[in-house]
Design a protein around this ligand. Structure first.
Ligand SMILES: C[S@@+](CC[C@H](N)C(=O)[O-])C[C@H]1O[C@@H](n2cnc3c(N)ncnc32)[C@H](O)[C@@H]1O
Length: 270
């Protein structure tokens, strides 16, 4: 991988969620350890690759909808991941070339690729930061430069919160990051869910072991609902992601034992 494995903070012998997700999406920024972790997960739930692709397509429809139908022009994308074909700033800037996007991720490989993608785009920034450091993100000079807190924005947690363990208070993290945003701002979440508690435990165990603890847990659907507490969830609600405002692109075949739920909620008071 062109010496990228030598970056500080990269250990190619351990799986990492960003690179596992890249592998599922057909990218090239992953190591043997990432691929082996995916193979182990696939032995428990076949069809995670389809789920990852469908989740990414949900992200595209979500940003398009928020920009086109709700007039959102500024986005904070938490746990943005490795760039793929359609990234948030490209989708948002199609609706309005002046749309502004701040990407946040803690993975150094994501930072290298993310920064090179947006090098010529003054409306977009990448912050290499742990999302748990909410103050550092909100006070960051790039956030202050690009986000106008008096205007509605969207804060995205797309297949991200399952990486935050309960003891790190994911709901508190969401609350703190949403707090300074204006009424009319959106919170958008997608999150893997399993109805079967045994399957939740099994997937969480594999992901936690292979990433050496850099994982939270698969949650139940009702737990994901809780993240939207105090917000007005827009139609169609929190649903399996392929059912969220589908377009002409047919969903890819996927598992339904592990389900990615997604939705968006608006801050009242606008
Ligand atoms: C599964 S990927 C999702 C990427 C993208 N949001 C999407 O849906 O296509 C999750 C991303 O969250 C990042 N991540 C995990 N824990 C994090 C944390 N505490 N702070 C910031 N980023 C984190 C990982 O590096 C990874 O890139």
């Amino acid at each position: 991988m062109n010496g990228i494995e030598d970056l500080p903070g990269i250990d190619p012998s351990k799986a990492h969620v960003a690179r596992m997700y890249d592998y599922y999406l057909g990218g090239e920024n992953n190591f043997e350890a990432d691929r082996m972790a995916c193979v182990e997960l696939d032995s428990v739930v076949a069809g995670i690759r389809g789920m990852a692709i469908n989740n990414r397509r949900f992200l595209v429809r979500l940003v398009r909808t928020l920009a086109a139908d709700y007039g959102i022009r500024q986005f904070l994308d938490i746990g943005s991941g490795l760039p793929t074909q359609e990234n948030v700033h490209q989708i948002a800037q199609r609706a309005d070339p002046g749309a502004r996007v701040v990407y946040v991720d803690m993975d150094p490989i994501v930072a290298v690729h993310g920064r090179s993608l947006i090098a010529d785009d003054a409306s977009t920034a990448f912050i290499l930061e742990d999302a748990r450091n909410t103050g550092a993100i909100l006070d960051h000079p790039e956030t202050r430069r690009l986000i106008d807190f008096t205007e509605p924005a969207a804060v995205l947690f797309i297949t991200f919160l399952h990486q935050i363990p309960d003891h790190d208070d994911p709901a508190g993290l969401v609350r703190r990051l949403m707090a300074p945003f204006a009424p009319g701002s959106f919170l958008a979440i997608s999150h893997p869910v399993a109805g079967d508690p045994e399957l939740r435990t099994q997937i969480t165990e594999i992901a936690t072991r292979t990433t050496e603890g850099h994982f939270g847990r698969v949650r139940a659907r009702a737990e994901v609902d809780q993240f939207f507490s105090g917000l007005e969830v827009i139609p169609p609600g929190l649903v399996e992601v392929t059912g969220w405002r589908p377009d002409d692109l047919p969903p890819v075949e996927q598992t339904y034992d592990l389900i990615e739920y997604g939705g968006a909620g608006r801050k009242p008071g606008s």
